[in-house]
Ligand binder design. Sequence first.
Ligand code: ZN
Length: 229
Amino acid sequence: MRKSIKAKLIRHINKKEFWVSCFECNIETSHKIWSQVNVFKDFDVEDYGPIQGNEEYMIIQCNGCHEFSFCSESTSTEDCVPDDNGNFEYYVTTKLYPNRITGRPKMKDVIYLPYEIRVVYEETHSALCAGQRVLTGIGLRAIIESVCKDQKAKGTNLKIKIGDLVRKEFITNRSAKILQDLRFMGNKSAHEVKAHSTSTLKIALDIVEHLLKEIYILPKIAEDLNKKK
Ligand SMILES: [Zn+2]
């Protein structure tokens, strides 16, 4: 029965558009499919039996902002559940490149961040969008470490360095308390390989972005405004 799924697996052939998240519009939008390649896989695994899978690769363009991106969708006989009629319902795994999460775009004006901090921030954001939750947790801690280093915060460990940022009036006591919590979260990711939930990580990244705006981005924007005056 599982051998006869080929027709069901081919989903977008002859379709001209479909809806996915757009990394520029930051919402789900209609996308035009410019080109697509379908790969059907059928093989036998020893002591297990036949496995079939279908992968579809598409070059797509958002009908709103016209940005191009890449999408792959895959289904397999290993990812399905039988319904009441004995037919199989197949789960579709969608991957988008660049990786993205609807409603979680990258912070604007990252160009104002010091290069080293910008690299860590962008990698952390990419890890979150790619669903790499352990790495996102480690990245969040690395951003805080990088800020402390850049601001020459003194101390023998990160906890003390965050305290020094308060003394230097770069952040408030309240922000420091939040950063200490994030530091603890990052420790769990790094030392216990703990994956926090995506919603927790999104909130944590919001807080880190707020810190980066306060220390680096807003002062630069204010400086640019003054120059224009
Ligand atoms: Zn768009």
